[in-house]
Write a protein that binds this ligand. Structure first.
Ligand code: IPM
Ligand code: MG
Length: 370
């Protein structure tokens, strides 16, 4: 039988993007040798790299490459210190990242946070709060809410006064489809959904709670609880082991997923998958580390490539259905961590077996462990 064949757009972007992408591709090539699939990987510029290349954060050629691909493997974009004169609408965060999310209808963002025993020291919480390990899936709505609601503008009021407006908008249908994603994910996990909202203050929160409750009735095997977002932020610190799936609207999910990521030891460990609707066998998806460009350590072989590598595993699973290959990458990461390999962000001198390595050594060790 001939190998399954998939097209991947690899958009490394800015900061640490290129160096961690290099390692993820190395790992994917390693997985290709063991499993029955072939990837046709096309690299294209995005972010400031896109602006330097074609004066656009998302060059036309890059968008074209994405459109003819089965999935996008993304690095990170945005360098806060570069050229403050470029209008905010043209900066990479909006013109590339948010644009791609909208363009491809990527409404479901999955951010799995896991704290392994081996990294207990890297978690900011005391050991007794870590219980038997932390394992949370943040399901974040990604194309609605305040990020995209209209009007979104800054008005001049005269006399040196301005007024900024962002609008939070959700429809029933938007809430329903993300709720289904959360309940389905919970069915494959520990069967609990904690839905986050601010129903005590926001109209959006009231609707969110009603719709999620109604969708939840279709999943009798999944326990549903509701939590206000402020309490959710606190509970993550106090008793993170109570959470299985956290279902959040766009902005709350942005905030809580960073908070949850810290519990996993480092933002450098957090992968993410952004999915649209499924058509036929293939779900088009966008896979990126959640950590950002980290310009302070870029180009120094210091960045942790694991978030990028785990993102590529999510791509194999969610877009290509290559579950075994995805699991092999994830266990290779686990093995290398257990063996003591540590980039600076997860290194502690108090660990007897820890071995401080760079981006490249970490990537190579994981590729070799598959
Ligand atoms: C994320 C990031 C983005 C977001 C930024 C870079 C626009 O923080 O993916 O979490 O807010 O969604
Ligand atoms: Mg964020």
């Amino acid at each position: 039988m001939s190998a399954k064949h998939f097209k991947v757009a690899a958009l490394a972007g800015d900061g640490i993007g290129p160096e961690v992408m290099l390692q993820a591709i190395k790992v994917l090539r390693g997985a290709e040798k063991k499993f029955d699939f072939k990837l046709e990987i096309t690299e294209a510029p995005v972010g400031w790299a896109g602006i330097d290349f074609a004066k656009k954060a998302l060059p036309d050629i890059t968008l074209a490459v994405c459109k003819r691909s089965d999935a996008i493997l993304f690095g990170s974009v945005g360098l806060p210190d570069r050229d403050p004169t470029i209008p905010k609408e043209e900066r990479p965060e909006r013109a590339a990242l948010l644009r791609i999310r909208k363009e491809f209808g990527l409404f479901a963002n999955l951010r799995p946070v896991r704290l392994s025993k081996a990294l207990a020291h890297a978690c900011p919480l005391a050991k007794e709060r870590q219980g038997e390990g932390i394992d949370i899936l943040v399901v974040r709505e990604l194309t609605g809410g305040m990020y995209f609601g209209q009007p979104k503008t800054t008005e001049d009021l005269g006399a040196g006064q301005r007024r900024a407006i962002d609008t939070m908008v959700y429809t029933t249908a938007e809430i329903e489809r993300i709720a289904h994603v959360a309940f389905k994910a919970a069915q494959l996990r520990r069967k609990k959904v904690t839905s986050i909202d601010k129903a005590n203050v926001l109209e959006n929160g009231v609707l969110w709670r009603e719709v999620v409750t109604r969708v939840g009735q279709q999943y009798a095997d999944v326990a549903l609880e509701h939590m206000f977002v402020d309490n959710g932020a606190m509970q993550l610190m106090l008793r993170p082991t109570q959470f299985d799936v956290m279902l959040c609207e766009n902005m709350f999910g942005d905030i809580l997923s960073d908070e949850a990521a810290a519990l996993g030891g480092s933002l450098g460990m957090l992968p993410s998958a952004s999915l649209g609707a499924t058509s036929g066998e293939c779900t088009f998806g966008f896979y990126e580390p959640a950590g950002g460009t980290a310009p302070d350590i870029a180009g120094k072989n210091l960045a942790n490539p694991i978030a990028q590598i785990l993102s590529s595993a999510l791509m194999l699973r969610h877009s290509f259905g290559l579950n075994e290959a995805a699991a092999a990458i994830e266990s290779a990461v686990g093995h290398v961590i257990d063996t003591g390999y540590r980039t600076g962000d997860i290194f502690s001198a108090s660990e007897p077996n820890a071995r401080k390595v760079g981006t490249r050594e970490m990537g190579e060790a994981i590729a070799a462990a598959i």
